[in-house]
Design a protein. Sequence first.
Length: 387
Amino acid sequence: MRKNWLIILLCAASMSAQDIYTPVLNRVEQNSPSLQAFRQLAEAERLAAKTGLAPHNPEVEFGYLWDKSGDDRKDVSVRQGFDFPSVYAHRAKLADINTAGAELRFRRERQQLLLAAKQTCVRLVYLNARLQLSEQRAERADQLAQAYARLLEKGACTQLEYNKAQINRTRALGDLQRTQIERQTCLADLARMAGEPVPFDHADYEPLLLPSDFDTWYAEAENAMPALLAQHNAAEAAARQVRLTRASAAPSFSVGYMGEFQSAQQLQGLTVGMALPLWSNAHRVRQAKAQALAATRTEEDTRLALRNRLQSLFAQAQALQQTLAGYDVSLTDYNSAELLYHAFEGGELTLLQYLMESDYFFEAYDLRLQTLRDLHLVTAEMNAWQL
């Protein structure tokens, strides 16, 4: 009971180990049902992008015409249609863009899943650390309750003091149970994302090093963010679709063979045809231009919103880091947990005073843990592009 549990936990929370998230994220990436579904969807989109690049299907016709005189006629026709050559070139380039887009969209979904898994791990670190604190608090409360039960039997304390000790134990046990339930909920969420139970018992975070300048950091991160890359790809695909739609306004052609066979004569030769898209292509270029403009505006809006979001997170991280530094100084330099216990043992404090002061330090340390958790949640979102 005389252990200075607050100092021990502060030291444990400041310790650093090897990367604690990578093994969990690897298991999520390998086994996640959601990620497997995203991968299959990306593969389907890649296959769809390659569809329609070949020329039109050839057409074969055969006709048999009866004649009363017995001189029946047989017709044979084979035609192959094809578009203007520039159409195939634009289709091929659009297919390459869409194929890249399918991979970028998969990377975006993968990043969001891994970010959710990492943030769940961050919350688990907090809950594991808080669980240790709650267990020690509950243990001390139980010891106090038992001690006052013995004192009451001897008549060495009042009923009021005994009741306070029992209520304190109930509160401590209730807090411990709530922490255990929250931890199990996070573990269940992690198991859902990983497709299997994933143990995670880390109770301390790794040290953080925030960038000193947001603009320099963002310039590096901007070119690697799947969300921005996917939106840029969508704008590029829309611009290529405009060029394809324009090219599709050119005539399409067909060449083939045709033959008419009768007993008296046989006619056969080549056929050439041309289709003029006078009606089918109406307003399609204007529609494609409108879609391209919308895609460009969406890209600009996404870029601006993401930059503002990251700048806000950067400011939050700096503020949280300053708050955390204040807690570290206060809880390390001005910790009075041991002094309180000695004062209580020496009779300088009543039970109520001791409990109130102990709760004060417990809440302060819990606030420090919450600040540390929030800092790591913010930086996890900031650095999600590295996942």
